[in-house]
Design a binder for this molecule. Structure first.
Ligand SMILES: Cc1cc2nc3c(=O)[nH]c(=O)nc-3n(C[C@H](O)[C@H](O)[C@H](O)COP(=O)(O)OP(=O)(O)OC[C@H]3O[C@@H](n4cnc5c(N)ncnc54)[C@H](O)[C@@H]3O)c2cc1C
Ligand SMILES: NC(=O)c1ccc[n+]([C@@H]2O[C@H](COP(=O)([O-])OP(=O)(O)OC[C@H]3O[C@@H](n4cnc5c(N)ncnc54)[C@H](OP(=O)(O)O)[C@@H]3O)[C@@H](O)[C@H]2O)c1
Length: 377
């Protein structure tokens, strides 16, 4: 069910890197005027995307249905045109088992029918998962469908189009009724095609068609907050889009007059192209508000990542932790966050002269006392 949203205007939308087409980051500023959204640094903003109209038109063409046909949304009983339903309510990048079953029941071609029967048979193990991971709805229909589908039944097979979250890269104490976001265009290969992430493509390419208006809501993050005591040092580890909340943290720490030491460990591909918010960061360094280190992963013949910087400065990381620093990690959950945690455990073990078990307990205690906080995705 859709969370209650506020219509908001994107007032600034700026591309930050120009060397690649497959991994573009954008700085967005969204006006919160007329909304009651009051966020804190560390929180996120939920955005409901709209699907690519070209994809929608292609699906309508394959099905050969009048786009204005009225359908009922299964979850809410709401009546909508088929076109609007495809644009705004369902995930067109995943083929559910129900969709594969419906096509299997309706397909005429005996070879495709048998193929789909195998795919749906649990005895054949991973075959359905392969469909899930290599097809979007349009290319699945093109490959397998040769007959009309009952449209309401087709509509009932979809996954809901869920909101995506973006970390607040600002504080209201500095930017007022506005939130800044750092959005990475998600490009990936699945099956035979290069694809673009639903929401990041919507933000990057489709906003103009909606007069820069987006549907947003506030997602508080009680697990990812600056220390209440402004004299507490902080270490922020955020490669890629993981940088976003730390821009908000830094704005807030600058706003707090008596705030303590700040250390940002950032990582991205190339210093020349991917040093986002460079002037802002270098200005903080110049004014001795920030200690800054970066891992430029592709500027030399071997990879350098944020966890390598942590290891290089392990003694200093430990010293800051001993001074009571809170350590924050934001960004990729699947690999980066695990490797950063491993490096942190090594630092605790080595400099704290602890066994592996004691180091793990130490990190657990840090987590429970909010001195180790993560917002990873
Ligand atoms: C709390 C939180 C904060 C976040 N903050 C930020 C932020 O500040 N900036 C930011 O850029 N992002 C942030 N994210 C991530 C963001 O919410 C989105 O997940 C991201 O933008 C991708 O969404 P999308 O709709 O563009 O891609 P989606 O369409 O959701 O695709 C995402 C991934 O799913 C996989 N996928 C989808 N369909 C298929 C398929 N058929 N076959 C194979 N693989 C498939 C691909 O790997 C693809 O890369 C945050 C996430 C969370 C939870
Ligand atoms: N599931 C995955 O495999 C995967 C991987 C990356 C990103 N993502 C997702 O892609 C989205 C955007 O990512 P992003 O643009 O924020 O940044 P990103 O793709 O994570 O890249 C940022 C920096 O992190 C480096 N990096 C790669 N692997 C790392 C590791 N194991 N440990 C530490 N650093 C590592 C990258 O180096 P190199 O690129 O030079 O290796 C790059 O310099 C996020 O939603 C993220 O979750 C998923």
């Amino acid at each position: 069910m859709k969370v209650e949203c506020k219509p908001s205007k994107v007032v600034t939308f700026e591309r930050l890197n120009f060397n690649e087409t497959n991994r573009i980051l954008y700085h967005m500023e969204v006006s919160l005027e007329g909304t009651d959204i009051r966020y804190e640094p560390g929180d996120s903003i939920g955005i409901y995307p709209v699907n690519d109209p070209v994809q929608v038109a292609m699906i309508i063409e394959v099905l050969d249905v009048d786009p204005q046909t009225e359908i009922t949304v299964k979850q809410s009983e709401e009546k909508l045109s088929f076109e609007k339903f495809l644009l705004s309510r369902v995930n067109l990048s995943r083929c559910t088992r129900e969709l594969v079953t419906l096509v299997q029941q309706n397909v005429k071609d005996p070879i495709n029918k048998e193929k789909l029967t195998h795919i749906l048979d649990p005895e054949y193990g991973l075959l359905y998962e392969e469909i899930y991971d290599s097809y979007h709805v349009w290319d699945f229909l093109v490959e397998f469908l040769d007959k009309d589908l009952p449209i309401q039944e087709f509509c009932d097979t979809f996954l809901e189009l869920l909101p995506r979250y973006y970390s607040c890269a600002s504080t209201m104490n500095v930017v007022g009724d506005q939130v800044d976001l750092l959005v990475g265009l998600d490009v990936y290969i699945s099956g035979k095609y290069q694809r673009k992430g639903i929401c990041s493509y919507y933000l990057a390419e489709l906003l103009k068609a909606y007069e820069d208006e987006i549907d947003i809501f506030h997602l508080p993050a009680p697990h990812f907050k600056l220390p209440e005591d402004t004299s507490t040092p902080i270490i922020m580890i955020g490669p890629g889009t993981g940088l976003a909340p730390f821009r908000g943290f830094l704005q807030e720490r600058q706003y707090q007059e008596e705030s303590s030491k700040n250390w940002l460990i950032f990582g991205d591909r190339h210093e020349e192209h991917n040093f986002y918010y460079k002037d802002y960061i270098l200005n903080l360094v110049e004014n001795e508000i920030l200690k800054f280190d970066a891992a430029w992963s592709r500027d030399q013949d071997h990879k350098v990542y944020v966890q390598d910087i942590m290891r290089n400065y392990s003694e200093e990381v430990w010293k800051w932790l001993e001074e009571g620093a809170h350590l924050y990690v934001c960004g990729d959950a699947e690999r980066m966050a695990k490797h950063v945690k491993k490096a942190l455990l090594e630092i605790i073990q080595t400099h704290g002269k602890m066994s592996s078990k004691d180091a793990k307990n130490h990190l657990k205690a840090m987590r429970l006392s909010k001195r180790f906080q993560q917002d990873v995705y």
